[in-house]
Design a protein around this ligand. Structure first.
Ligand SMILES: [Zn+2]
Length: 437
């Protein structure tokens, strides 16, 4: 739509008022970040191979906000949405403007019909101005700051060249900061082993109408099998959040330096969380009489779930950590993914099973009877065969500790037995819970 002269005038004077408001706000020792999870509600965004965009970006947004709130007491975190709801683009920018955001971060995922496309990219608002024009505008900045009566810039006249320059400065100032954060984000992605497509300029509505430094981050292509799997996983979301957070820390430090704020961060040495000694935490998400495969819908998209068979029940464990903070994050994530009764299961390291009990890896079930070292076993040796009804179950390994069982499981999975599970045995017999009663 073409803006009429009068509309343009109203819009520009409105934005200029915001600009002055923001510069006053910047004097205070407070900082507001607005985190915008793209899409939501009826708008799913890009379709992912594992999970759709609106869910991934909401998850990353909530994590990022939580990390910032935890580490920066002087930062106010505002979310455009905290749940799966639909918002218009103008509502998002209105939230940023209303809160006089010092940084606006809109989080998205890419997708492409070419499924081989992958990598991260961060956008800032693109202006079709030459560098020369921008330099002129910057030089004129000093003139405006020296002006006694700044009132005149609030009444914006697009025909007044001086006012036009003031307006351009407003965007160039934001643009420099936007570029700073965008570059930091892409640098952090690369440090985390991601492939960066770089910082780009584009005319996104969500960036264009915003009176703050603003970036739009594309976390990766969820249409790509590898990147879609990665961003659909807990690890992928955590890594993506860490990149955004590390970039924010650097951006904020620079902001504080420019504004003469000395941070606590430099005074106190950084605390590194110590692992909990002798324990491993997992999240038990489900107990069932049924065995579900790694991509079963009952796992609600959680990846890397370990299945352990005890007698006739299957227990499903998610995650693996010895850090208390990570344990809490994993639990919160499992609950968000719909496992309302999930809880933390503690494993004592090197704890041995009692008596003759041991863990084995069930990697194959077939109505055929295979010889020892059959090609079917993919090189797994010392395979135990157990006949159950007219089926033959094949087991690899035998160990009394859960840690070794996990290693055996990993080995079997690496050999291509993706649905392998851990099973508890008594000697060479499957534990039959029902027989004990
Ligand atoms: Zn998007």
């Amino acid at each position: 739509m073409r803006l009429t002269r009068i509309n343009k005038q109203i819009l520009l004077s409105f934005l200029l008022t915001l600009f002055l408001g923001v510069s006053i706000n910047a004097q205070k020792k407070s900082f507001t970040i607005v985190i915008d999870a793209g899409h939501g509600g009826k708008d799913s965004g890009a379709r992912g191979v594992v999970e759709d965009e609106k869910h991934i970006v909401l998850d990353v947004s909530l994590r990022l906000g939580k990390m910032i709130e935890k580490e920066f007491k002087d930062v106010q975190v505002v979310y455009t949405r905290k749940t799966d709801v639909f918002l218009e683009l103008w509502e998002r920018t209105q939230i940023a403007n209303h809160h006089h955001a010092n940084l606006f971060v809109s989080i998205h995922c890419n997708s492409a019909t070419n499924r081989s496309a992958y990598g991260t990219e961060t956008f800032v608002m693109g202006l079709s101005r030459s560098n020369e024009t921008m330099d002129v505008a910057k030089r004129e900045n000093s003139v405006i700051l020296l002006e006694d009566n700044q009132e005149k810039y609030q009444k914006f006249d697009p025909n007044d060249p001086e006012a036009v320059i003031a307006f351009e400065i407003m965007f160039s100032a934001f643009k420099d900061q936007s570029l700073d954060y965008a570059r930091l984000v892409e640098e952090e992605f690369v440090k985390n082993g991601r492939s960066s497509r770089g910082v780009k300029q584009s005319n996104f509505h969500v960036l264009r109408t915003n009176g703050s430094p603003a970036v739009l981050v594309e976390l990766g292509f969820i249409s790509n099998q590898d990147e879609g799997n990665f961003l659909g996983s807990e690890l992928g979301k955590r890594k993506a959040t860490e990149s955004l957070f590390e970039a924010f820390k650097k951006f904020k430090k620079e902001y504080d330096r420019k504004n003469g704020i000395t941070g606590e961060e430099e005074v106190k040495p950084k605390e590194v969380e110590k692992p909990v000694a002798g324990k491993t935490f997992k999240i038990q998400i489900l107990v069932s009489k049924n065995k579900y495969g790694p991509s079963a819908k009952q796992l609600n998209g959680l990846t890397g779930v370990e299945v352990v068979q005890f007698g006739d029940v299957f227990k499903y464990y998610y995650g693996n950590t010895n850090l208390a903070s990570e344990r809490d994050d994993l639990l919160a994530y499992a609950i968000r993914k719909g496992f309302k009764d999930a809880f933390v299961a503690e494993f004592i390291n090197n704890e041995k099973l009692e008596g003759n009990q041991n863990y084995r890896i069930q990697f194959l079930a077939s109505n055929k009877k295979y010889r020892d070292r059959d090609n079917k076993f993919g090189g797994l040796k010392n395979v135990l065969r157990v006949k159950q009804g007219n089926m033959h179950l094949y087991f690899y390994g035998s160990t009394k500790t859960y840690e070794q069982a996990q290693k055996d499981l990993k080995l079997a999975q690496d050999k291509g037995f993706k649905s392998a599970i851990i099973v508890t045995f008594d000697g060479e017999k499957l534990i039959d819970e029902s027989a004990k009663k």
